[in-house]
Design a protein around this ligand. Sequence first.
Ligand SMILES: [Fe+2]
Ligand SMILES: [Fe+2]
Length: 276
Amino acid sequence: MKIASVSDLHVESSVNRRAVAAMSSHLEALAPDVLLVLGDLCNGIHDVGNVLAGFDKIGKRRIYVPGNHELWSGDGDARATYYRTLPEIAAQAGFEMPIDAPVVVDHVACVGTMGWYDGTFADPSVDAARLAEKEFEGRSLLDRHRVRWRSGSGSTLGDCEIADMLLADLRDQLAAVPEACGTIIGAVHVVPHPTLLGPRWERDAAMRYFRAFQGSSRLGDALASDPRVRHVFAGHNHERIDAYAGGISWHLAPLGNLKPGDAFDPSRHVAVVDVD
Ligand SMILES: [Fe+2]
Ligand SMILES: [Fe+2]
């Protein structure tokens, strides 16, 4: 079974929009059995349906996992956007979103979540109180201003509470994988394992600061707890990385924020694996 994964399309720029059109043609020719689209398609929800619909001929099954950028809606209810609005938009575009249950394709189960950051990737040299500011030398983490998760009672959820909630979804899906599935693949937006953080995250004080907001090692630990998990695909960190650690192959193949003159490159912008 051929699995292809893309992420971080960021279609706000014309360079990225051209690359996404080329990506769609490439994926159509590649003809994977399962296509994973792992978030950060656009800022807010308004273009999500259009972007997903551009991939509607690709793959026998298509799976969408939102990224933090889709939650930049400003309406103050990221929880409703994630659990209600985005699954509806995805379904209309022919995509499935794993939330309560895995997506099962023959004998392969796909478990997934956007995931959130919880401080487990924080550089030990960075003070915890400084991290709570989400700002370093004038550079601000934009999620802080643009994403608001609320509890059932209306109070604002902190990062660890959001991470716990999404991690619980992942664990529930793993627990619900049918016995007949010999292989599980993971699909997350944020970084689930430190092997997907390249050396650039140690490069300077700013990178060491923002490393904390790349994801959560607890996602990787949950995935590694099931020996049937063979491949995990992610996004969020705009680096092309394939790595093997803890019995799992980890893959990042984001489009990211292309520069003028850049173009779609299948070797960098699509991760493809065959699973049996
Ligand atoms: Fe991104
Ligand atoms: Fe992201």
